[in-house]
Design a protein around this ligand. Structure first.
Ligand SMILES: Cc1cc2nc3c(=O)[nH]c(=O)nc-3n(C[C@H](O)[C@H](O)[C@H](O)COP(=O)(O)OP(=O)(O)OC[C@H]3O[C@@H](n4cnc5c(N)ncnc54)[C@H](O)[C@@H]3O)c2cc1C
Length: 489
């Protein structure tokens, strides 16, 4: 899923969206003293709320918290897919070194354990877009395809099946019989056909599926067609976290849960303090904190915590399933900029997420009323796509933060006075696969293999500057407004 996707095929539109955010955020924020004062007076956000998703039922058992102060060679903050995969690769590369993961709640409590389950290739800013740099698009695509092979191998090695369904994924186009109308449908078909052809010319496999073929795969005639990505698929996010946690522990990493870091004192050797006053000292730190890093004073200018919502039905009866006509296991996301994304679980529940996202002042958390309104809207969308599901209730409702960067591109690198704080952030709703690519690259950066990744455009950069409040809120609202405006045209 791409929460605020910039994947409408034209670069012009992407540029408009990017500039809308930058114009308000960068100019206003950069020139104002308020920008520098506001973090000193506002509470540290975002709040780390509990994961209530369907996937959370299969998250691994929670480890003990860290109970005594200690030293480590490397410390990782965050037990999501970034942190767990980095821990695994670090221990592979440095078997004699101590690697500790500190997780505030439980592994997979964040986006890694509550996402849309789409296992996608490439990155949010390049996904199924035939860009100008075809060679780079292809290289990044291949890097992420190779990672899917590694997931398959790790599933065997750990004995935890993350329900990898590698039957491809669809990116549906609006404007089918019940969709946006014949004119929009025709232009969407032309654009999608041309995009699929250009992707193939670049060496990235992609097919255009017409309305009939799309409808027979996913059981709705709402879309005029789709681009099919044969190398993507879906996964069970809770089980994927369990797989990575076991892989990291088997490799010798130590994982402590219910252990929130509340303060980092930087140095040649960092001193981290937890909520219970325990101290961890380590010369190397990885921030695998998603947008939560802002709580510690890190990476707030790189990504904002944008709220996205999901829901999952009760299991369908065989009769309900048959009437649905959803023949393929392929999940799909639609081509709207505020994407909807859907899939089916192995016990035949339909899950749906996306639509309008929310950014609340100071990376706030939406209240129950606001979340409920978004979930009702998801149900209405589901009923529009699949009228036979109109009376099927949702059993699980949840939301979570997506670490959205202003240009929808991820970033990885190191920072700090001693260049010993590493980060990987900004997946922008496209991290289920990419996180463990970046976990691996983080380990490479820490172990002297940086040169291997010199070609990667996301290395050593930070996304465009996101200011502090109130300009942060204004900038993101401007960007969301531009997204909605471009969507309604
Ligand atoms: C609703 C939703 C749907 C999505 N759908 C998809 C999809 O279909 N496909 C896709 O590719 N991507 C999707 N994504 C994005 C993807 O899930 C994320 O990019 C990815 O999981 C990020 O992983 P992470 O490890 O970087 O962060 P997280 O999984 O958020 O992990 C960060 C961890 O750090 C911990 N932490 C933070 N601060 C501290 C602290 N101070 N001390 C200790 N621990 C701390 C948190 O508790 C958290 O567990 C979706 C995201 C959401 C929210």
């Amino acid at each position: 899923m791409r929460a605020i996707s910039s994947a409408k095929s034209t670069l012009g539109r992407r540029e408009i969206l990017r500039r809308a955010g930058l114009a308000v955020a960068g100019v206003a924020g950069g020139s104002s003293a308020i920008n520098w004062v506001s973090p000193l007076v506002l509470p540290r956000a975002p709040r780390i709320d509990a994961n209530r998703s369907f996937w959370a039922l299969e998250l691994p058992e929670v480890n003990q918290p860290l109970r005594a102060s200690t030293d480590s060679d490397i410390v990782i903050i965050g037990g999501g897919l970034t942190g767990l995969s980095a821990a695994y690769y670090l221990r592979q590369r440095l078997p004699g070194r101590r690697v500790i993961v500190l997780e505030a709640k439980r592994c997979g409590n964040g986006a890694s354990g509550r996402n849309g389950a789409m296992l996608l290739t490439s990155t949010a800013d390049r996904y199924l877009i035939a860009g100008d740099d075809a060679a780079m698009d292809r290289r990044i695509h291949e890097m992420t395809v190779a990672n899917i092979d590694r997931l398959r191998e790790l599933a065997l090695a750990t004995g935890i099946d993350p329900h990898l369904d590698l039957g491809g994924a669809l990116h549906t186009e609006l404007g089918g019989a019940e969709g946006a109308g014949a004119d929009v449908g025709q232009s969407a078909v032309r654009e999608a056909t041309a995009t699929a052809a250009r992707l193939r010319d670049s060496g990235i496999p992609a097919e255009y599926w017409d309305q009939e073929r799309t409808a027979s795969a996913i059981g709705t005639r709402f879309y005029s067609g789709a681009i099919f990505n044969p190398l993507a698929g879906q996964v069970h996010p809770g089980r994927l976290v369990a797989m990575w946690k076991r892989a990291a522990e088997q490799a010798g990493a130590e994982i402590f849960e219910d252990t929130a870091v509340v303060r980092v004192e930087e140095g040649a050797v960092h001193t981290l303090r937890t909520q219970t006053g325990i101290v961890v000292r380590a010369p190397v730190l990885l921030l695998a904190t998603n947008a939560y890093g802002r709580r510690l004073g890190y990476l707030g200018a790189a990504a904002a915590g944008v709220w996205d919502y999901m829901a999952c039905t009760v299991p369908l009866t065989p009769a309900q399933w048959d009437s649905l006509g959803w023949q393929s296991a392929a999940p799909y996301d639609d081509a709207q900029t505020e994407t909807y994304y859907l899939g089916v679980t192995r016990d035949r529940r339909v899950h749906i997420g996306g639509g309008p996202v929310d950014y609340l002042f100071n990376d706030g958390t939406p209240d129950a009323h606001q979340q409920s309104a978004r979930h009702q809207a998801l149900h209405a969308t589901l009923a529009r796509l699949y009228p036979s599901l109109a009376r099927i209730p949702f059993e699980f409702l949840w939301g979570g933060i997506v670490d959205m960067s202003l240009d929808s591109s991820p970033a990885i690198g190191r920072m700090g006075r001693h260049a010993n704080i590493y980060y990987a952030i900004g997946y922008s709703g496209h991290g289920v696969n990419l996180t463990s690519v970046f976990g691996r690259i983080s380990a490479d950066l820490m172990t002297g293999r940086e040169a291997e990744w010199a070609w990667l455009p996301y290395l050593g950069r930070l996304p465009p500057y996101l200011p502090n409040e109130p300009f942060r809120w204004l900038g993101i609202q401007a960007r969301l407004a531009a997204v909605r405006w471009s969507e309604s045209r």
